[in-house]
Design a protein around this ligand. Structure first.
Ligand code: 4AD
Ligand code: MG
Length: 470
């Protein structure tokens, strides 16, 4: 058994056809005296295929009661022009076989609308809803667009490790990976043989402290300074205790890294990149985006058009702070030069002031990671964050510090251990080049494209603080 006729394909047929076999799950059934309608969905498209089953179909009276919402069926029949106005074609069934029943008393996805919060509790069934299936198709299309974008531009796709010993962002959000038994942690003994508080990681699996990566950037830089242009696209992990609608503990990030590239080349690429992915999804996922517009976010299409049609505004952090100070708005987090921009500030700048995406550069070094190139003022770094309306930051990137001494100084200043970054430093010792890159949070992008409010609803299996059921 292999289903070659997906409902998406069938709905694109231009003429009637006989002898089709279709498979899917029943969404709804309507019964009348001499026939029944079922709406069939197979996940290939948000559209359902309407099936008409006359009571002359063999076994009608026995089968009909098992044709309930959620049941899986095989239908053989003819594709005929539909009498009703809603669809062009429907299937006139010759036979219907139930493959798997779904008891109406137990199957939770009945006609009644469920909240997204409730659907998160049934993560094994929620992809069978229109909303989550549409999100997953958009994710799929966006993945394809991302690879195409980079492949067409000569970037090499590389795979960076999930387990690593270096904390890229230096923000202390790493999940630890260990095989030490938590009940029997080995502590280092001092010269008198007395046990100290220091854990003896030489006894751990990797012989040192290791964790799940927070970013593939540092390894990406190794590859960019060998292959020129690379990108990664993989899962990243952050022990974010913040229970927000924009943070996950496991999220996917796309990180291009380019040798012989400065902050300006980096910004240009990032802008083209975002526009290209949004355009592709608008073209390929029209039905799904129509659905989101109708049920999730009425302004979706115009919000997406704004991204494609406008040049992203480019301002410095200092400009941003001035704008916020002059706004007269009373923000929850008070504004002054030196603070990290909060999402309320980012939203104000993109939504209220510019009404389009904004690239902010030149952040104070104190609030950014150690690897960013220091500007001549000695105070700011060549960081660039891309902020979008509704969400705030979706991209964080920078030109990297390519000077050995300056990088050593920054590592020390940030309270990090030079020895831990010995290989990263050597990239600046041997054939150092100007280079830059950025990271796009994939789920944030999908939130933006679909209009979905909560990041937990744009990933199949959300991992967040106290959440890891499925
Ligand atoms: O700004 P971030 O921390 O930058 C980096 O990790 C750099 N190493 C990237 C680089 O230059 N190669 O993270 C990049 C993006 C953010 O802009 C955001 O979209 C997303 O990753 N992000 C998260 N998405 C979901 N949940 C979280 N907890 C996230 N943390 C960051
Ligand atoms: Mg950031």
């Amino acid at each position: 058994m292999y289903n070659t006729n997906s409902i998406k394909e069938i709905l694109n047929y231009t003429e009637e056809k006989t002898g089709l076999t279709v498979y899917g799950w029943i969404r709804t059934k309507r019964e009348s005296k001499t026939f029944s309608f079922i709406e069939l969905n197979d996940g290939s498209t948000i559209q359902n295929l309407q099936i008409i089953i006359n009571d002359t179909v063999p076994g009608y009276s026995d089968t009909i009661s098992t044709l309930t919402t959620g049941a899986s069926v095989e239908v053989v029949g003819n594709l005929v022009a539909s009498q009703g106005g809603k669809q062009k074609f429907e299937i006139q069934a010759q036979s219907v076989k139930v493959l798997g029943v779904a008891s109406p008393d137990e199957y939770p996805l009945q006609k009644k609308k469920h909240t997204l919060e409730y659907l998160r509790e049934i993560g094994h069934l929620r992809p069978r809803t229109n909303t989550i299936a549409a999100v997953l198709r958009v994710r799929n299309a966006a993945c394809f667009a991302i690879h195409t974008f980079f492949q067409e531009r000569g970037f090499n796709y590389i795979q960076t490790p999930v387990i690593t010993a270096s904390d890229c962002e230096g923000a202390g959000q790493m999940f630890q990976v260990t095989t030490l038994e938590l009940e029997k942690i080995p502590f280092i003994k001092d010269s008198n043989g007395k046990t100290t508080n220091e854990i003896d990681y030489s006894k751990d699996f990797f012989g040192k402290k290791a964790g799940l990566t927070v970013s593939g950037q540092l390894e990406g830089e190794i590859m960019a300074t060998a292959l020129g242009k690379i990108y990664t696209f993989g899962p990243t992990f952050r022990a974010e205790h913040s229970n927000t609608t924009r943070h996950l503990a496991e999220f996917w990030m796309i990180e291009p890294e380019m040798a012989f590239c400065d902050i300006f080349g980096n910004m240009d690429l990032a802008e083209k990149f975002v526009k290209s992915i949004v355009s592709y999804v608008m073209k390929e996922c029209k039905d799904d985006l129509d659905f989101f517009t109708q049920y999730i976010s009425p302004d979706l299409m115009s919000n997406l058009a704004v991204v494609i049609e406008n040049k992203f505004e480019r301002i410095t952090y200092t400009d941003a702070v001035d704008i916020l100070l002059k706004s007269g708005v009373k923000f929850e987090y008070p504004v002054q030069w030196g603070i990290d921009l909060q999402s309320e500030h980012e939203k104000y700048i993109t939504e209220v002031v510019y009404k389009k995406p904004v690239i902010v550069t030149g952040y104070p070094k104190e609030i950014k990671a150690f690897y960013m190139k220091l500007n001549d003022d000695g105070k700011t770094v060549r960081a660039m964050d891309i902020l979008v309306p509704r969400l705030g930051e979706i991209i964080g990137g920078s030109e990297r510090e390519d000077n050995y001494e300056k990088l050593c100084a920054r590592i020390k200043e940030c309270g990090l251990n030079e020895e831990d970054y010995w290989w990263y430093l050597e990239l600046r010792k041997f054939g150092s080049v100007p280079h830059a890159g950025f990271g796009l949070g994939f789920e944030r992008l999908i939130q933006f494209i679909t209009g979905m409010q909560n990041i937990r609803d744009v990933i199949a299996f959300p991992r967040a603080f106290k959440t890891a059921e499925f």
